[in-house]
Design a protein around this ligand. Structure first.
Ligand SMILES: [Fe+2]
Ligand SMILES: [Fe+2]
Length: 277
């Protein structure tokens, strides 16, 4: 039985609690987290990314940008289809009707997120989120390539294919930022910078909601661990104080475009503190 994701991409593996677990329990957690990672990528590509790209494909200021957005959306659709196929192959019961089982975003939340994306003109913060997500996809994907023989070949292969397209996406994210962030008023930029900072800390930093959801599913699958639920909760909560873990989340050297590009705007100075060395 092989892993679905490199161990260092799973939050619990950074805790002392993990060291007390048996091999099968660790593997079960790793595999669930591997599925969650694919869900997360689909979430970024389809819920956050697609409405933004569809909007840009129609309303971007010039034809070359509109074409870039169309091609970008087509590539993301293809990626999503690879991830979806793998999820369905692995857990048909979970994924035959929905792409999301471990991510706790219900239909109302999904509608709101899509609506936000369509209003990217007023919410250019979404373009920064997208750029950061793409740089992290590259960073995480490279971890799959580093791994030895312990990873499931299907999960490794799908990341390898994905890696090939991400640099092109990062290039396009930068074009869109120049088109929309540059032209926004200082007031809109400042509001969006505050929103971006809040979103990053609340939803995209520590494993809060969905990260715990994965643990809950894992406990259900490994009922002998249910008496250790509180210990697992404490371990997850302790991650906020785990410097090595926090530093693994947004390392500056793996988000070089975000680090460099954001320097052009004073309202984004907080990103220099958010990214870690
Ligand atoms: Fe993608
Ligand atoms: Fe992408």
């Amino acid at each position: 039985m092989k892993r679905f994701t490199p161990e260092n991409l799973t939050p619990l593996s950074w805790t002392p609690f993990y060291a007390t677990l048996g091999t099968d329990d660790r593997l079960a957690y790793n595999r669930l987290h591997g599925l969650y990672f694919l869900e997360q990528t689909i979430f970024f590509e389809q819920l956050l990314g697609r409405p933004v790209l569809d909007h840009l494909a129609r309303h971007a200021p010039d034809e070359s940008l509109r074409r870039e957005a169309r091609e970008f959306a087509e590539e993301e659709n293809l990626h999503t289809s690879w991830f979806r196929d793998l999820l369905r192959e692995e857990r048909p019961g979970w994924y035959s009707k929905s792409d999301f089982h471990l991510i706790g975003a219900g239909a109302p939340q999904r509608l709101i997120i899509r609506w936000l994306g369509r209003n990217v003109r007023f919410l250019p913060a979404l373009l920064w989120l997208q750029l950061m997500a793409e740089e992290r996809a590259l960073y995480f994907g490279l971890q799959f390539m580093k791994d030895d023989d312990s990873l499931d070949g299907r999960f490794r292969a799908v990341q390898k294919k994905h890696l090939a397209d991400e640099p092109g996406h990062i290039r396009r994210d930068e074009l869109f930022i120049h088109a929309l962030w540059d032209t926004a008023s200082p007031r809109l930029r400042s509001l969006n910078a505050k929103l971006l900072h809040w979103l990053l800390r609340e939803y995209f930093l520590l494993p809060k909601r969905s990260g715990w959801n994965v643990v809950e599913h894992w406990l259900k699958e490994r009922p002998h661990l249910i008496p250790r639920r509180d210990e697992a909760r404490q371990a997850m909560d302790g991650l906020a104080r785990n410097e090595a873990f926090v530093k693994s989340l947004y390392p500056r050297r793996h988000l070089p475009r975000t680090a460099t590009l954001s320097q052009a705007w004073q309202e984004l100075a907080f990103l220099q503190r958010f990214l870690t060395d």
